[in-house]
Ligand binder design. Structure first.
Ligand SMILES: [Zn+2]
Length: 399
């Protein structure tokens, strides 16, 4: 048994507790929470706040070797150009594996206990199998050329079966509205609806809306230059190409949402009761120097989760750094809301809320300490940092 206490405990479900504590059994399952009456010798007391382990709702582990290799601020089409360049494949397999291992270790050290990881290959599976982090693998389908669609679908099915045979959860998912033919989009969403979960890149840039509104812009030029057919011009924002494919009961993660408007939000919300809006602010700043409208989502009490995206467009895989970025640009969003976005909402999006996301009796969510808090305003500071005090597997934490 361990009793861990701090100046404040943020259970996420319920109000923050001044001098709150959690008691853990030997497997790190929470057996009690409360307010500290008397500090006994056996109580571990920390200067900071206690929160559940973080859930990184969007990452691409297999792009970890691209850290510091992509030129920033090139816009989405510029980023896609860099992703498709031969430089991406120059690192040998051993180097790519080492980079993924280091990325997984960084996430552990940053208090991340669960992640939604997008994959195009089998390269990340072994790292995930050996990690205490819970990973759901989203096997991604993308392609505008109709001829290659069926072959890609078959490969994705094999990848999903492969990762599932290793004891990990996985499902097939579409990449984005702008990068897929009609048949491939239909096949990917059919598989995702059957699995009950989908994670799709949505409205990451203005270029995407432009493509669907008028068939012009930087994405259109990129695709035409590569000889790809363009997706249909619909005269509406890109999100409307996705909505008809998604069954209402499917847990849906819309990722990025940089150009989502109030009207787009209402249209999606009215159709999809299990929708989570995943924000990746540091990645958006890196690629296009823009931020998602976090205030729009906050004002509507929307279910928001947070992702780091990959090291190709971010220098860290750290949820606290994402929260600092949001706090800097949206200081009106209070800390309890940001913490819920980074924990419980991500757990719900990945269908893991019974285990992770809040400090409740019976859960084993991981216990995270955040130090260097501005207690008078109850806000993060630029020096706020994270320590995972108790993991989700009952093992001691190795620092
Ligand atoms: Zn992504």
């Amino acid at each position: 048994m361990r009793r861990i206490a701090a100046h404040y405990l943020f259970p996420v479900v319920g109000k923050p507790l001044h001098r709150g504590f959690v008691t853990l059994n030997d497997e790190n399952t929470i057996v009690e929470t409360g307010v500290l009456q008397d500090e006994t010798e056996s109580t571990e007391f920390y200067n900071g706040i206690l929160v559940p382990g973080f859930v990184n709702a969007h990452v691409h582990l297999e792009l970890s070797h691209l850290k510091d290799t992509c030129t920033p601020h090139t816009g989405l089409s510029g980023f896609i150009r860099q992703m498709n360049s031969p430089a991406r494949y120059r690192t040998p397999a051993a180097g790519r594996s080492a980079a993924m291992l280091a990325a997984d270790r960084e996430m552990q050290a940053e208090g991340i206990v669960a992640a939604g990881d997008v994959c195009n290959t089998a390269e990340s599976f072994a790292v995930k199998q050996g990690s205490p982090i819970f990973y759901h693998s989203f096997i991604e389908l993308a392609g505008l050329e109709k001829a290659a669609g069926e072959k890609k679908r078959q490969v994705a099915c094999l990848l999903a079966a492969g990762v599932q045979s290793m004891g990990l959860t996985a499902s097939i998912t579409p990449h984005a509205a702008y990068s897929m033919s009609d048949p491939l989009l239909a096949a990917a969403f059919a598989a995702a609806n059957e699995a009950g979960i989908v994670s799709v890149h949505n409205q990451e840039s203005e270029e995407e809306n432009e493509l669907f509104l008028s068939g012009s812009g930087a994405l259109s030029e990129l695709f035409a230059g590569n000889g790809y057919p363009l997706p249909p011009v619909t005269g509406a924002h890109s999100i409307y190409r996705l909505l008809p494919y998604i069954e209402p009961q499917t847990r849906t993660l819309f990722v990025h949402n940089v150009t989502t408007t109030g009207e787009d939000y209402e249209a999606a919300t009215s159709r999809l009761p299990y929708l989570t809006w995943v924000l990746c602010p540091a990645s958006n700043l890196h690629i296009s120097r823009r931020l998602p409208p976090a205030d729009l989502f906050y004002k509507r009490n929307a279910p928001v989760a947070i992702g780091t995206d990959s090291l190709a467009s971010n220098s860290r895989l750290s949820m606290i750094e994402e929260l600092k970025t949001l706090h800097k640009h949206f200081p009106q969003i209070p800390l309890p809301a940001l913490l819920q976005w980074a924990t419980l909402n991500g757990a719900r999006a990945l269908n893991k809320e019974r285990e992770f996301g809040s400090l409740c009796v019976g859960k084993r969510p991981g216990i995270v300490l955040i130090e260097n808090i501005d207690f008078s305003n109850m806000q993060l500071t630029s020096d706020s940092k994270v320590t995972l005090l108790a993991g989700t597997d009952g093992h001691a934490i190795i620092s």
